[in-house]
Design a protein around this ligand. Sequence first.
Ligand code: ATP
Ligand code: MG
Length: 312
Amino acid sequence: MSTFAVEIENITKQYDDLLAVDRINLRIEQGQTLGLIGPNGAGKTTLLRLISTLALPDLGDIRILGDSIRENPQQIRKILGFMPAEFGNPRNLSIGEYLDYFGCMYAIPRGEREKRIKEVCELTDLRGREDVMVKGLSTGNRQRLLLAKTLIHDPQILVLDEPASGLDPRARTELRGIVRTLAEMGKTIIISSHILPDIEEISDRIGIMEAGKLVLDGELSALRDQHRQTTTRIQLRVTASETSRAKELLSKLEGVTSCTLEQPFLVVVTDIPNRNFILAELIKNEIQILQFADDEPSLEKIFMQSTVGRVT
Ligand SMILES: Nc1ncnc2c1ncn2[C@@H]1O[C@H](COP(=O)(O)OP(=O)(O)OP(=O)(O)O)[C@@H](O)[C@H]1O
Ligand SMILES: [Mg+2]
């Protein structure tokens, strides 16, 4: 069996003359969480639907644990769960009935279905709410239910399209916790979102899409290192009374590109990898250093630098 959970080879999907997904190659190891980000219309949903066998590509192939989406979609559907970005139009059902309906679709025998419904309600914090009607659920509970139905057949691979969309901060935190639990269970997860701090927190790897192309992918730490190689940003904190003197000194220092105040820090940008000369200047001038650290490039900064804002 393949060691990769997902192998995407040259996958292309075209709508009329629009290349929604344009020759994407990507491999995801078993147990990894891949965060997929990109501007509106980048092609994320299209790619997730292709992975989930809900659309056929024009070119290329995807293998899920070794099975091809072209040759063996039925096998893939047994081991993959897709959570769509939209809930659709639920009929007049209770949470329990809704989950039972999906359990039937996956041909889970009745006795086991009851057990699975309990398990997925437990996992998604819907425990004890089986009798509540689906219509009228809050956005938070609706998203929980969508995730619960995605998990009903205990899939190894999870494809989640914007699961945190519309959630309030507490519900978002809870959802992150659920995704982390699923990752700890060993599941391979592909998750798209526009909420970059969430993606940053839960992903092992990041894929950035724009205009159908995968413009960047890799482990977050490697992406940060790449980003750092181009410029070094240092977060410096000195005592409040010495901040303006330090700013003045460093702004004039050879090798410093810029020194700006981002309260309470001074952010020093340099293209010299060894930053000891900055420390030396501060010590020479007897400025007390309270904090001196690399300013970690956030996913948002990496995203802004990798995308150009093209609209399809
Ligand atoms: N069924 C379709 N028919 C025609 N065009 C489509 C279809 N589905 C998607 N598209 C187009 O393909 C492009 C990619 O759309 P997609 O929904 O995959 O982007 P996305 O990255 O998920 O965007 P968002 O962040 O807004 O969800 C868009 O230009 C969209 O209008
Ligand atoms: Mg989408």
